[in-house]
Write a protein that binds this ligand. Structure first.
Ligand code: PMV
Length: 338
């Protein structure tokens, strides 16, 4: 049987197996806050853009010769938090078919892991997508979105390309807290630059950061209200391809999320000095007429969305700054079989 370069161990010929690529997605209207920490149910809805080229290459195999579930991520056997999230989604997918076979998950990210670029979104959607294909239960993508959400909230948005909304939902079991495509990638193929200022794993994972913010930030309830109010303008700007409206609404949404987190005790502060330098730089470029705006997830790295007509000029300006690595991609397709 073929062996992909991210597969450290060969897969037995008897295994039920699937190999997939699932992309990362970057929220333009952020999810920050859980109303149910077990099911990963959010306090607010969110809207993201799917990245064309950055994500997780993942093989999931089920075989009766395996004695336990294992996760090999970026070449290293995992124990602890990352394995637990994977077990959660594997158990859900196994329950759909009623089998008990153990699984071997082998996965590699082609961009920094745990650095605030949504590697958990690509990783957990990839495991869900591959496990469901391996077991022949992948036809209902909305069900896969619900399962992936339990592993990592933002993962429920990676199955579709283009622009995707994760509805907050109302059902206590989370069955209506799922992703849905707003428009596909052909509607508005914006370019995306990932500006890496620090590729190390963050000190404060998002789940912990959200909980500290929810419990201690005096601005948390204001954030939730503002987050809900920003969904319609962000959705409308995407539908109308109104770059400047999206730029303003997405930047305000991002800064309100970060300031609510910074106001927590202890503070949840993800930025570095370079992060703030880039915020000013991108605002300055837009004031000069270049269509670019920033957003920042739970980490110091900055993501820039560009009108393709202006990407080269924006990139040249940013490349002149010291200490920044630039990865270029665009808004692209969702999870796919390899
Ligand atoms: O789903 P998580 O636990 O990776 O949290 C994602 C949180 C943000 O990336 C900051 C926002 C978002 O909507 O993706």
């Amino acid at each position: 049987m073929m062996r992909e370069e991210w597969e450290i161990e060969s897969v037995p010929a008897t295994a039920q197996v699937a190999r997939v690529f699932s992309p990362s997605n970057i929220a333009l209207a952020k999810y920050w806050g859980k109303r149910d920490t077990n099911l990963n149910l959010p306090t607010n809805g969110s809207i993201s853009a799917t990245l064309a080229d950055y994500g997780s290459f993942t093989t999931v195999s089920f075989d009766s010769s395996y004695s336990k579930d294992r996760l090999i991520l970026n070449g290293t056997e995992q124990v602890g938090g990352k394995l637990e999230k994977v077990l959660l989604v594997l158990n859900e997918v196994r329950a759909l078919v009623g089998i008990k076979k153990a699984a071997l998950v082998q996965s590699r990210n082609n961009f920094p892991t745990g650095a605030g670029l949504a590697s958990s979104a690509s990783g957990l959607s990839a495991v869900t997508f591959a496990a469901a294909h391996a077991l022949g239960v992948a036809s209902n993508v909305t069900k896969l979105s619900e399962i992936a959400r339990k592993g990592s909230g933002s993962a429920c948005r990676s199955f579709w390309g283009g622009y995707v909304e994760w509805a907050k939902g109302n059902n206590p079991d989370g069955s209506d807290s799922i992703g849905a495509q707003v428009v596909n990638e052909q509607h508005w193929p914006l370019d995306v630059l990932l500006l890496l200022v620090n590729q190390a794993e963050k000190h404060q994972p998002s789940t912990g950061g959200m909980e500290i913010t929810r419990k201690t930030s005096p601005y948390f309830s204001a954030w939730i209200q503002a987050a809900e109010e920003s969904l319609a303008p962000i959705g409308q700007a995407i539908l109308k391809r109104d770059f400047l409206a999206l730029a303003d609404a997405a930047e305000v949404n991002c800064l309100r999320f970060h300031t609510s987190a910074m106001a927590a005790n202890p503070p949840v502060l993800y930025w570095q000095g370079e992060t703030l330098t880039l915020i000013h730089k991108i605002k300055q470029l837009r004031a000069q007429g270049l269509n670019a705006f920033f957003t920042i997830d739970a980490g110091p790295n900055v993501v820039v969305f560009c009108d393709p007509a202006h990407t080269a000029a924006v990139r040249d300006e940013l490349a002149a700054l010291p200490g920044i690595t630039i990865l270029r991609t665009k808004v692209g397709a969702g999870s796919r079989l390899l």
